[in-house]
Design a binder for this molecule. Structure first.
Ligand code: AMP
Length: 195
């Protein structure tokens, strides 16, 4: 049981096409550190992942990285973290990241980011955890996805309640405030072994 809120950030292993993405990643890293929270992320230096971690560290924050051995080279394992866990598989990475976190947010990213976001959102929907899940819609990057997610409700495959479990914000501070309000401070032991 921990009193320091640990926030898991999923984001691109690339920088993306707009400088707004790196600015938002920096704001999230700094915001986490300034709140006295801990960042949990994929452990790399590459892309937005590196920007979030560097910003949190520069602002005096604690950063926990979890990276599969095979990705140490491609995503460039970050040597300056508070903790870097090198694991054998992607499943171990995602499980440890989920266990170590009290809330999850996704920033702009690619397929890996989507997969991680949808995984923790489905786990929430299934009741495997009760931690908030958020999405930062920087520069309209997720507009089309958010439109489609609305269609999943009108199409009858996702309930309005399930849809509403995803916190969406365009402003980094607003998203941090929202997940901070919703995150259970004293998290019960997780049981991801059931999944
Ligand atoms: P991306 O958004 O594609 O740049 O990936 C962001 C992060 O998600 C990277 O650290 C990937 O290693 C990670 N990731 C997690 N699960 C997957 C997956 N199933 N396929 C690809 N990347 C993944």
């Amino acid at each position: 049981m921990s009193t320091r809120l640990s926030l898991c950030v999923y984001c691109g292993s690339r920088e993306g096409a707009s400088p707004a993405f790196a600015r938002a990643a920096k704001a999230i890293g700094e915001g986490i550190a300034r709140r006295g929270w801990q960042l949990v992320y994929g452990g790399g230096r590459a892309g937005l992942m590196g920007r979030v971690a560097d910003a949190a560290l520069a602002a005096g924050g604690q950063v926990v990285g979890v990276i599969p051995r095979t990705l140490m080279e491609r995503e460039v394992g970050h040597a300056g973290l508070t903790e870097l866990h090198v694991v054998d598989t992607m499943h171990q990475r995602k499980r440890l990241m989920a266990e170590r976190s009290d809330a999850f947010i996704a920033l702009p990213g690619g397929i890996g980011t989507f997969e991680e976001l949808f995984e923790v959102w489905t786990w929430r929907q299934l009741g495997y955890h009760d931690k908030p899940v958020g999405l930062l819609n920087v520069d309209g990057y997720y507009d089309a996805l958010l439109g489609f997610l609305g269609q999943t409700v009108t199409g009858g495959f996702v309930s309005p309640q399930q849809h509403a479990l995803l916190e969406v914000a365009v402003d980094p501070v607003a998203l941090l405030d929202a997940v901070g309000r919703l995150a259970p401070r004293a998290t019960a032991p997780d049981d991801y072994g059931r999944i």
